[in-house]
Design a protein around this ligand. Structure first.
Ligand SMILES: Cc1ncc(COP(=O)(O)O)c(C=O)c1O
Length: 412
């Protein structure tokens, strides 16, 4: 559920008419609803009835510091995948003991920064990474808390590019024999402590069966790890819950948590989840103006550099006209101005639209702004946060100065 609704034929975000925002800040522009984000977090938190839990929001899905602050105020931790994301979490004064560091390619500098800030855990993704963290811990005379990210070998997730939990995927460690060998190794290490077992099976997952299998796998592996002498403190089932981009039906966090609580009822560890999309996806839209109509093309002022998902994953987003009018609907191909044939935001999209109309590309809060670029020397769009009847620019539109900031002119 979200707070983008028509009132008297005009699209509002909470109490704000979106035409007002388009008029004041121009287009393209990202708009987020604070109330929607808070609602989703509450749904996750209230879903846990029996188990101690921590929701570590996946920073990569929407990393603006004002958004992270909303989540911090709701007691969330953070799942990070880079030094930059670590710095964002520390910048807003997150308790480091709520930060989980995932990712297959952690550099020495990133590891050291995590160690020095005493984060909750590094989710180790390979044998080499384990030895590297141990070496850095030893050089700095520290004992570092780690979790092993294993591959539950569950085939799930939407597009091929967002499946992550299978044998042969670049993420996580498999087979389980290797996980157990490494658990033994950590038990005997002076500089590492195994406190968790983690996994993440993919993104935009629409079936609960995959999560059930994952929960069973994590329980069975945790039982084996018990025998190595390590005392696990958390089981982390990752993120990945799907959301409705069109009219597709997706499971609720409540149903997800009830399966996890049932399958893990005999375990005492804290449960960690790392949701991204299901917290911020439908809390954001991208406003864009229809510049031209040409045959069945709506040429809008947002492009693949603003919202990459349709070009990258063939993702479908619903698109609404800010002025509600379902008469004379036509089927449009909605394209941006970038010089690539793949710069298509929607195909065969049925709506009523005229030149100058403002459209809202829905469900653009997650993996939207964060994937934007300056391709075609286009400045990045602003991000605006609506809170009831107020709005604030939480990232300004870039300028030409921003575009060339780090460039060096040989003629100056
Ligand atoms: C390790 C990890 N955790 C959590 C997430 C968040 O996934 P989602 O946004 O689908 O919930 C991702 C996304 O790819 C991830 O790689």
């Amino acid at each position: 559920m979200d707070y983008f609704l028509y009132k008297n034929g005009e699209l509002f975000c909470e109490e704000i008419n979106l035409q007002e925002i388009a008029k004041e800040f121009g287009t393209p522009a990202y708009v987020y609803s604070k109330k929607t984000i808070e609602r989703h977090i509450n749904v996750y938190k209230n879903a846990f009835q029996k188990k101690d839990s921590l929701i570590c929001f996946s920073v990569k899905s929407l990393s603006n510091i004002s958004i992270l602050n909303i989540l911090k105020e709701k007691d969330c931790g953070f799942d990070i995948v880079s030094g930059g994301e670590l710095q964002r979490a520390l910048h807003i004064k997150t308790n480091p003991k709520k930060i989980i560091f995932s990712g297959v390619g952690k550099s020495n500098e990133e590891i050291l920064k995590g160690i020095n800030n005493e984060i909750l855990s590094f989710n180790i993704e390979s044998e080499s990474e384990l030895f590297r963290i141990e070496k850095i811990a030893s050089e700095n005379n520290k004992v570092v808390d780690v979790a092993i990210r294993f591959n539950p070998e569950v085939d799930s997730g939407g597009h091929e590019y967002i499946k992550t939990g299978r044998k042969g995927d670049k993420f996580g460690i498999s087979p389980n024999d290797l996980v157990l060998k490494l658990s033994h190794y950590i038990y005997n290490s002076k500089h590492l402590r195994l406190i968790g077992l983690a996994c993440h099976i993919g993104s935009q997952i629409g079936d609960l069966e995959s999560y059930k299998l994952t929960a069973i796998n994590i329980r069975q592996l945790a039982e084996e790890i018990d025998k190595t002498g390590n005392e696990l403190k958390f089981l982390d089932l990752g993120g990945g819950l799907g959301i409705p981009y069109n009219s597709d039906k997706t499971p609720s966090p409540k149903d997800l948590v009830s399966i996890i609580e049932e399958e893990l009822k005999d375990r005492n560890e804290k449960i960690i989840l790392e949701p991204g999309r299901s917290i911020t996806g439908n809390a954001g839209i991208l406003l864009t103006k229809v510049e031209y109509i040409k045959d069945n093309f709506l040429v809008v002022d947002a492009a693949m550099n603003d919202l990459l998902r349709p070009a990258l994953y063939d993702a479908k987003h619903d698109i609404w006209n800010l002025k509600q009018n379902d008469s004379d609907n036509k089927k449009w191909t909605i394209v941006g101005p970038v010089c690539e044939s793949s710069d298509i935001l929607a195909k065969d999209h049925e709506m009523n639209a005229s030149e100058g109309d403002i459209l809202a590309i829905k469900t653009a809060g997650a993996y939207g702004f964060v994937m934007s670029s300056n391709y075609n020397s286009r400045v990045r769009a602003p991000e605006i946060l609506v809170d009831n009847n107020q709005y604030t620019v939480i990232r300004k539109r870039e300028s030409f100065k921003d575009l060339i900031r780090n460039e060096v002119s040989l003629n100056d």
